[in-house]
Design a protein around this ligand. Structure first.
Ligand code: GDG
Length: 471
């Protein structure tokens, strides 16, 4: 049965764009950007008259847009419209590197000591949120649904609501929502929560994040109904729900042609077993702790020397920020120490790659690895964990209990990423689990991932949003 929202135009508003345009030898080329948010939303935007509004940051982005800053993407299939906003250097520094990534990111991931609480960045954040809101208002037609994405745009729902009280607005928050005593540190906490509550409907990945958000509303003096998941501050009621982002399982399961590449990879590593970590460079991903755990593992279980190799694929991120450069150095030093101490003639304990790969090129790595080791200190979801499982029929997943994905992937070996002894034991357990048990666990996890894939997520979000409008 066709639902009313099938006919309505979807306007996604996100900081990140799904495609960027770059100069290449053969002219301007379009490149798909892989990040958690863009890989999740791109499939649901295709084949429609939908609109995505985002910051255009590719070097040739504005050479391909029309006089309304729009371009149709992707250029090789039926696409949708991408409208780009150009940000000045001052806006990029204050809004993106500043308030978004140096204030909200550390606070929401419960690293308050890393947060910059300077007022200047907050002022720029407000200004840029206003530009996004105005860009939506320019486009808005009756019946449109405005779906705001993530922490960079927290004020946009309320800014649109003030101009268009009847607009249909929702927001999905892709990163954690911290406990009150952490969120409360932000001097502009009330403005931020009021901004978000301009939406009719808010989605988080997990139930505990919904709980934290409702608690924040309550502590700010608002009404938070925990049975019906309803929040109200100085606003109309907003429904809050957990709808975990899924992946495009069909894409990850159509991997037959990648099996040969996976085989070649395996042969290159001169190891009986491979353990894989894939992360964006970030302190939340717990990469340095993982390196420590690998060292503990070889100390405690020396029988695996020469037998097991770790592959650490790190994708560059925020590389202009000094702290991220230092983090990279520390990780590389840790890896060099372990390799220097333990490596054999052919065998290398840790193979490290600092490079971003297009998503389809990650598949041979997923296929080649006997164990997936994803141990973020905290993560809204962690899509890589889901992708690793979806690609394979058997194997073992070791997953941080502080990743949102742990709420769905209960059959993974769940670990405290700070406890290197526990991670080392989990590795031993994973490497000795009989194939039949592995298959059983993977079968259960895959069933859930197939059922709760990215299309389910989109439909579920739109349905729940629709219901929230009528209650
Ligand atoms: C944020 C939250 C939340 C492609 N090539 C590489 C690579 N990709 C793709 C992966 C995956 C995505 O990027 C990474 O997603 P994650 O969820 O693992 O992590 P974040 O980028 O931190 O995403 C996160 C997500 O938003 C969605 O809501 O799950 O909690 O932090 O699809 O296939 N990833 C890496 N290297 C590559 O070369 N690491």
């Amino acid at each position: 049965m066709e639902k009313s929202y099938d006919r309505e135009r979807l306007i996604v508003v996100a900081n990140a764009e799904p495609y960027q345009h770059l100069h290449s030898e053969g002219g301007i080329k379009q490149e798909k950007l892989a990040g958690g948010l863009t890989t999740g939303l791109d499939p649901m935007m295709k084949n429609s008259n939908n609109l995505w509004i985002a910051w255009g940051r590719g070097e040739a982005d504005f050479e391909v847009t029309d006089d309304e800053s729009k371009v149709v993407v992707p250029d090789d299939e039926i696409g949708y419209t991408l409208k780009r906003l150009e940000l000045s250097r001052e806006e990029i520094n204050g809004f993106y590197y500043g308030f978004s990534n140096s204030t909200l990111w550390p606070i929401c991931h419960s690293f308050p000591h890393k947060a910059n609480l300077g007022k200047e960045n907050w002022e720029v954040y407000k200004k840029v949120n206003k530009r996004f809101a105005e860009s939506v208002l320019e486009e808005l037609r009756p019946g449109d649904r405005i779906w705001v994405q993530d922490y960079q745009l927290a004020l946009v729902p309320q800014m649109i609501r003030q101009e268009k009280p009847d607009a249909k607005i929702a927001i999905f928050w892709h990163i954690p929502w911290p406990p009150w005593e952490t969120f409360g540190i932000i001097p502009w906490k009330r403005e931020l929560v009021e901004g978000i509550l301009g939406a009719d409907f808010i989605g988080f990945h997990t139930s505990w994040l919904v709980h934290n958000f409702l608690d924040t509303v309550f502590k700010l003096g608002g009404a938070a109904n925990r049975d019906e998941n309803i929040a109200r501050l100085d606003s109309d009621r907003t429904v809050v729900n957990n709808i975990p982002l899924g992946i495009d399982t069909d894409f990850f399961q159509s991997t037959a042609k990648r099996k040969e590449e996976a085989q070649r990879l395996k042969e290159n590593f001169a190891s009986r077993k491979l353990v894989l970590g894939v992360d964006r460079l970030d302190y939340t991903k717990g990469i340095d702790r993982r390196i420590e755990a690998i060292s503990t593992f070889f100390e405690k279980y020396p029988q695996y020397k020469g037998e097991v190799s770790f592959i650490e694929r790190i994708s560059p991120s925020r590389s202009k920020v000094k702290e991220y450069q230092q983090m990279r150095e520390k990780i590389e030093q840790g890896i060099a120490e372990i390799n220097g101490e333990l490596r054999g003639e052919e065998w290398v304990p840790i193979r490290y790659f600092y490079q971003h790969l297009p998503q389809e090129q990650l598949i041979p790595y997923y296929l080649a690895a006997d164990v997936g080791l994803l141990t973020p200190l905290i993560d809204g979801m962690n899509l890589v964990a889901k992708e690793y499982v979806a690609t394979r029929d058997k194997g073992m997943l070791i997953l941080s209990e502080f990743a949102g994905a742990a709420e769905t992937l209960g059959e993974a070996i769940q670990v405290n990423p700070y406890n290197s002894e526990r991670v080392a034991d989990a590795l031993h357990e994973a490497l000795t689990t009989p194939i039949e048990d592995q298959k059983r666990k993977f079968d259960k996890m895959k069933r859930k991932l197939n059922q709760m894939d990215v299309h389910w997520w989109r439909d579920r979000f739109l349905e729940e949003w629709e219901i929230s409008l009528h209650n």
